[in-house]
Write a protein that binds this ligand. Sequence first.
Ligand code: GDP
Length: 365
Amino acid sequence: GLQCGIVGLPNVGKSTLFNCLSNAKAQAANFPFCTIEPNVGVITVPDERLTKLTEIVQPKNVVPNVIEIVDIAGLVKGASKGEGLGNQFLGNIRATNAIIHVLRCFDDDNVIHVDGSVDPIRDKEIIDTELQLKDLESIEKKLQKVEKAAKTGDKDAKKAFDVLTTYREHLLRGKSARTVAVEEEDKEHVADLWLLTAKPVMYVCNVDEAAVNTGNAYVDKVREVAKEENAEVLVISAKIESEIAELESYEERQMFLDDLGLTESGVTKLIKAAYRLLNLQTYFTAGVQEVRAWTINKGFTAPQAAGVIHSDFEKGFIRAEVIKYDEFVKYNGNEATIKENGKLGVEGKTYIVQDGDVMHFRFNV
Ligand code: GDP
């Protein structure tokens, strides 16, 4: 499955958030290194459209989208040189598809800060630097490998050398690979390195209750630097989230949120944002047996989308019948009426599946 890794310095609230996100139990305790093993949680992605389709179709079974969240602990200054649990930590990040970077934006004298004071920008830079150093190592290794061939005039090696050099200089300036100015097609020269700082990132500001609607001065600073990276910033209070998680019923949770002036929980916001960060899309199948959300990459053709269900669907693909979500809802899922009104599209192999499409595949076996 697709994975989002939660990173951040010790004691910023990662495990508290992770606990709220997943059923897996990671222990939250007030000292660094409390979450030593990486914890993986499989999380349902909330989607109002799936709820609506279920209401209409009344199927026997409902299957939502899921993503995996990994709580990655143990990053401290020097991790790229193997300090703390450095290498293990970095290996765990390499396996993820996107990064949720948690920053401590709350004051609390009872919660020790590893670097003595609350400063989310410094914290962010500590983590960024470790990841950049590790990437630099990967780049330099590959540079050495291609250097000789590049000098003897091998065109492809020369190109690789130039691209790698651009990355090297960018990283040496303290920047992350995701912001490098390199043509999309040239990025193939670093694809095999699985660069840590090339992964999409979002920032989660962990604030206290008072700041959850308004933000605070720490959050303002985070927003400023995130803007330069085009990265999303979420303001969440891990403490509030853990209180919400304790509540038994949906109604209780909703009342709690209302009292705080919130429309949805931070955890819900976070999962939705993580899904966006992974650059994924959803299509639906809606039968009486099962209503189901399927995860695809943006730009998937109809056969590729069918292949997510089963590889035979892709191989034997004939055509797809497509109903836009809004039309499906408008006509209450009545296929005959949808057809009469010209809202049932019959699409071939080149059709690019759109987010929210309700699909029915015809295929040969
Ligand atoms: P991690 O090391 O980043 O995984 O941090 P933890 O989730 O274990 O949290 C470290 C400590 O900070 C725990 O004692 C938490 O209860 C506390 N903590 C986490 N989030 C908040 C918060 O939003 N506000 C306050 N005051 N304390 C928090």
